[in-house]
Write a protein of this length. Structure first.
Length: 251
């Protein structure tokens, strides 16, 4: 395996099959087909409720069916939710790439604006893990009411260096999903949430993103939470923190 193939192997882990559906959580929803900014057909779920819409950019594994429980929690706290899959994930067509995920998220924003008539002042992009880098790029293009990053990294290269310290990093990967180089360009109020026991994306990376972010900003530490159990450990307090931050900066 070449050096480049090695790193590509550890970026995207898409799954095609959808395992859980919104109705499993008693959520009323609409199946949505829309296009990425470059025309790739994408699939998602629109779950309407409140005036603020959580645009959820998930991490690099699975698909939207693995995030229905998270959507249900946002719904319980009064948010509408738009879950979408990147190209190559779930029912979405294409093959995942870094630039492709940026265009996918941009297409989701345009669908909310043009088809559903939702203004940017009511859209809350929430990025989980790799999705945090997608949201950071998205927030350079658009000014949203707030931006939320959960368990997000400073850059892919720093995550890989943490996980594989003995393997030499190909230079081209130092530029992939590099949020630390971009976050200072964002003007939207920023909330960063990170578990202090995160084994994949070290807590210090969340702290570094917060340091580089522009005010107004807030950092929420989830004590005892790792990378994959932050919602369970954070519980109601985590979602209350997000709701309070959104309402604090938009009313």
């Amino acid at each position: 395996m070449s050096e480049i193939d090695f790193w590509r192997k550890y970026i995207f882990f898409p799954e095609r099959e959808l395992w859980v559906w919104p109705e499993d959580y008693n959520l009323k929803y609409e199946e949505v087909w829309f296009k990425a900014l470059d025309g790739v057909p994408l699939y998602g779920w629109w779950i309407p409720r409140g005036i603020f819409v959580v645009l959820f950019a998930h991490g690099n594994g699975g698909n939207i069916s693995h995030r229905v429980d998270i959507a249900a929690k946002f719904y319980d706290w009064g948010f509408s939710v738009f879950l979408f899959d990147y190209r190559g994930y779930g029912k979405s067509e294409g093959r995942p790439t870094e630039k492709g995920t940026y265009k996918d998220a941009g297409g989701a924003v345009e669908y909310l604006r043009e088809k559903l008539g939702i203004p940017l002042t009511r859209i809350v992009p929430v990025g989980e893990s790799m999705g945090g880098a997608v949201v950071v790029q998205l927030c350079i293009r658009y000014d949203f009411c707030t931006m939320v990053l959960i368990s997000s990294a400073t850059s892919l290269s720093q995550v890989m260096s943490h996980l594989y310290p003995d393997r030499k990093l190909n230079e081209r990967f130092t530029k992939i999903y590099n949020s630390s180089k971009k976050i200072s360009k964002i003007r939207s109020p920023t909330l960063i949430i990170h578990g202090d026991m995160d084994e994949l994306v070290p807590f210090t990376q969340g702290e570094e993103l917060f340091r580089q972010a522009n005010p107004p900003k807030e950092f929420y530490r989830v004590r005892g939470a790792g990378h994959n159990n932050i919602y369970e450990i954070g519980g109601k307090r985590l979602f209350k923190c997000i709701r309070d931050f959104v309402y604090q900066h938009n009313f």
